[in-house]
Design a protein around this ligand. Structure first.
Ligand SMILES: *[C@@H]1O[C@H](CO)[C@@H](O)[C@H](O)[C@H]1NC(C)=O
Ligand SMILES: *[C@@H]1O[C@H](CO)[C@@H](O)[C@H](O)[C@H]1NC(C)=O
Ligand SMILES: *[C@@H]1O[C@H](CO)[C@@H](O)[C@H](O)[C@H]1NC(C)=O
Ligand SMILES: *[C@@H]1O[C@H](CO)[C@@H](O)[C@H](O)[C@H]1NC(C)=O
Ligand SMILES: *[C@@H]1O[C@H](CO)[C@@H](O)[C@H](O)[C@H]1NC(C)=O
Ligand SMILES: *[C@@H]1O[C@H](CO)[C@@H](O)[C@H](O)[C@H]1NC(C)=O
Ligand SMILES: *[C@@H]1O[C@H](CO)[C@@H](O)[C@H](O)[C@H]1NC(C)=O
Ligand SMILES: *[C@@H]1O[C@H](CO)[C@@H](O)[C@H](O)[C@H]1NC(C)=O
Length: 428
């Protein structure tokens, strides 16, 4: 009789709970658990809140992508960087849900011996559409043999713009060789086409020292700012968490720490926002400050605003045309956001009523969760399109060999890209 009850409990549990819990029925008399618990929290093994609207899968990659963009015809572009060795193609365009082709051509994907490295891809990290329909790539210029760190090749470290219709190169802006010292590792780029006479480019440098770069596209002149300051560096001895497991850097059995610096970047409300990846910190600075090359480094450092931490490690930022900043919160399987314009604020904060005009005061920023789902296995790059969707790629970055004990590869592909409806268009 007792055995019968136990089996019955197990059967009920098996129908309603995760398999591993179904094997261990609760003590007799305890209520069975539920996969969709509306009772007290902490009574079901699946009491993880799924937040936000449904995600729609838009593409599936065999290799883990870091970068994602769409053109104005909604073609999807992805990047496969060479930070842990060679990849067949560095930048691709999706043919359909599972198929991809090298983009803009097969021949540009690999620099050949003796080729001018400013004319081909060495290690492209991201693709980004600007507000006038040009597609940009950012190349760290760090050869695949260096496994994602060390000195970039002068000329190889660059941004390039392309016409998505003709696939023709529009312009190349190499990062000046003298700015590549201290391991400059160009990771992501955003373009403001209306700043200055021909626009400005802003780049995050994810090297352990970290920095941000600003380039005047009219003159191809560049500055490197905030180098080796707290705002662009990892937390010392940072230990994040992923899918419930603490995260280190491993070389075999030798323990280390993530040291990735400035990474995610977005332009909103005239500011440049960025985060230090191996940290839970994000910042902003007026674009006008970065674009003023006459300022001293100390004056630029004075322009940095710290609105408080966001509660997650993060690898990618984007922004919409309402001044909402989105941060891909990898530790939380989530996308977080914060409204930078007071007009979008919906609750009283620190005595300031919702609504109003002008920028929201940074001390009143309240970071919120847009979406949280087990589908979000390290969202890395995001793009907002005029259809009101935010598109993003995922790559399970933390499960790669470099972050796992004895360098076991715990990633399980293919790697999906998704979109989620936000009802707003792109910031730039
Ligand atoms: C979970 O329960 C809620 C409330 O009863 C319901 O609205 C929702 O559709 C359920 N979700 C699933 C996945 O069954
Ligand atoms: C780039 O080079 C790699 C390694 O030599 C090769 O496997 C790959 O096919 C090349 N990619 C293209 C698009 O030709
Ligand atoms: C996707 O595109 C590839 C290459 O063009 C093709 O071989 C494949 O049949 C397509 N798959 C589907 C489901 O359309
Ligand atoms: C791309 O090229 C086409 C054809 O020449 C042209 O009509 C279009 O304006 C170009 N787009 C951009 C963003 O330069
Ligand atoms: C490299 O670091 C040194 C020492 O902090 C600094 O003086 C120099 O400006 C840095 N150069 C670059 C290009 O980062
Ligand atoms: C970076 O800053 C640290 C102190 O924060 C200092 O010890 C180190 O020498 C600096 N390195 C460079 C290259 O500037
Ligand atoms: C891992 O450790 C070995 C042995 O100390 C060393 O040769 C190698 O460079 C290390 N690899 C990395 C990626 O740090
Ligand atoms: C781009 O620069 C213009 C001119 O300074 C500025 O008005 C605008 O807010 C910037 N765009 C964004 C999205 O920050």
């Amino acid at each position: 009789m007792k055995l019968f009850i136990l089996l019955a409990t197990a059967t009920t549990a098996a129908a309603r709970c995760l398999p591993q819990y179904a094997m261990c029925p609760d003590f007799l008399g305890a209520p069975t658990c539920s996969d969709n618990n509306t009772g007290p929290l902490g009574t079901s093994p699946t009491d993880f809140t799924i937040i936000g609207p449904a995600l729609q899968a838009v593409h599936e990659s065999v290799q883990p992508p870091t970068g994602l963009a769409l053109d104005n015809d909604y073609n999807i572009y992805l990047t496969y960087p060479r930070n842990s060795g060679q990849t067949p193609s560095n930048v691709v365009i999706a043919d359909n849900f599972t198929s991809e082709s090298p983009w803009p051509s097969a021949s540009i994907q690999n620099c050949t011996a003796g080729q001018d490295v400013s004319t081909c891809f060495l290690n492209v990290q991201n693709v980004v559409l600007d507000s006038i329909g040009q597609m940009w790539i950012v190349d760290s210029g760090i050869p695949s043999s260096q496994m994602g760190s060390g000195d970039a090749l002068p000329g190889g470290a660059k941004i390039m713009s392309f016409n998505t219709t003709t696939r023709q190169l529009i312009a190349t802006y190499p990062i000046p060789a003298d700015l590549l010292a201290n391991g400059t590792n160009a990771n992501d780029v955003r373009i403001n086409n209306t700043l200055g006479t021909a626009g400005f480019a802003f780049i995050t440098d994810e090297s352990p020292y970290g920095s941000v770069l600003a380039g005047d596209l009219a003159t191809n002149t560049w500055v490197k700012r905030l180098g080796n300051t707290t705002a662009v560096k990892a937390d010392p001895k940072y230990v994040g968490s992923f899918d419930g497991a603490p995260l280190y850097a491993w070389n075999g059995t030798k323990k280390g720490y993530l040291t990735t610096g400035a990474d995610g970047i977005a332009l909103a409300s005239g500011n440049m926002y960025w985060g230090a990846l191996a940290s839970r910190r994000f910042y902003y600075i007026p674009q006008s400050v970065l674009a003023d090359f006459s300022l001293s480094d100390a004056e630029v450092e004075d322009g940095v605003v710290d609105p408080g931490q966001l509660g997650s490690e993060q690898a990618g930022f984007t922004a919409d045309d309402n001044g909402r900043l989105y941060m891909l919160a990898s530790e939380q399987n989530a996308i977080y956001y914060v409204d930078t314009q007071q007009s979008q604020v919906t609750e009283e904060v620190n005595g300031i009523p919702p609504g109003g005009s002008g920028p929201a005061p940074p001390e009143n920023y309240v970071v919120k969760s847009l979406v949280r789902s087990g589908l979000i296995q390290h969202a890395d790059s995001a793009a907002i399109m005029p259809d009101g969707y935010l598109y993003f790629c995922t790559n399970q970055l933390e499960l790669r060999p470099a972050n796992q004990y004895r360098n076991v590869d715990r990633r399980r592909g293919p790697f999906r890209s998704y979109r989620v409806y936000i009802g707003a268009g792109p910031a730039v």
